[in-house]
Ligand binder design. Structure first.
Ligand SMILES: Nc1ncnc2c1[nH]c(=O)n2[C@H]1C[C@H](O)[C@@H](COP(=O)(O)OP(=O)(O)OP(=O)(O)O)O1
Length: 177
C-alpha cells in the first residue's frame, strides 16, 4: 500500500490573529493544478508519496517545497485527515492530510504543479478527484476527517470509477502523526 500526503496551505485575505486553528481564520487555500503523474490535469493540494523513512509531516514539507517552493516547519502542520483509497477491494493509498497557515515564500510553479490561491468558497471540485468534494469542505472549515473511498476498475487509480465511501468528522489523531 502506498502512503502519501496532501498539504493545504491557507491564508487570510484580512490578517487576523489569535489562537484559532488555521482554518478558522483563513479564507483562501493554495491548490495546485497537477502537471504530471496521478491526477494529472486536476486540482489538488501539494503532496505525494512518502520516501525512505520520512514521516508524513516530513513528506508533506518536502512535497510542498518541491512542488510549489514554500518552506514549512513540520511543527506548523495541523493534521486534518486520514483517507484510505481502496481499489477493487484492496488498500491502495493511505493519505495523511495537513493544513497550515505558517509558511515562508511565495508559491512558484514547478514541472509538477501550477499553484493557485483559491477562495475556500470557490474550490473547483468539478476539476478534482471525485471524493474531494465529500471531505475537503469539512477540512477547510477546520474539522478533522477520517474516511474510506472505494474505487473499482483497475489501475491507474485516477481512471477507476469512484463507487462508495464512509466518512467520520471530528476525529482525533495520535500525537506526532
Ligand atoms: N482519491 C484521491 N483524492 C484526492 N487525492 C488523492 C486521491 N488519490 C491520491 O493518490 N491522491 C493524492 C495523494 C497524493 O498526494 C497524490 C498522488 O501522489 P503522486 O503524485 O503519485 O506522488 P509523488 O510522490 O509526487 O509522485 P512522483 O514523484 O512519483 O511522480 O494524490
Amino acid at each position: 500500500m502506498i502512503e502519501a500526503t496532501l498539504c493545504f496551505p491557507m491564508r487570510s485575505r484580512s490578517d487576523s490573529a489569535g489562537d484559532d486553528t488555521a482554518a478558522e481564520t483563513a479564507n483562501e487555500v493554495l491548490l495546485i493544478e497537477k502537471r504530471r503523474g496521478l491526477g494529472e490535469g486536476w486540482y489538488n493540494g501539494p503532496g505525494g508519496k512518502l520516501e525512505g523513512d520520512e514521516t508524513p509531516r516530513e513528506c508533506a514539507v518536502r512535497e510542498t517545497r518541491e512542488e510549489v517552493g514554500l518552506e514549512i516547519d513540520p511543527a506548523d502542520l495541523e493534521k486534518a485527515g486520514e483517507l484510505r483509497f481502496l481499489l477493487d477491494g484492496e488498500e491502495h493509498t493511505f493519505c495523511h492530510v495537513f493544513l497550515t497557515t505558517a509558511f515562508d515564500g511565495e508559491p512558484t510553479a514547478s514541472d509538477e504543479a501550477r499553484p493557485e490561491w483559491v477562495d475556500i468558497d470557490e474550490v473547483p471540485y468539478e476539476q478534482m478527484w471525485e471524493d474531494d468534494r465529500l471531505w475537503l469542505p469539512t477540512v477547510l472549515e477546520g474539522k478533522s476527517v477520517r474516511g474510506a473511498f472505494r474505487f473499482e476498475g483497475g489501475e491507474p487509480l485516477d481512471e477507476a470509477e469512484f463507487v462508495e465511501y464512509d466518512l467520520e468528522t471530528g476525529v482525533s489523531f495520535a500525537d506526532g502523526d
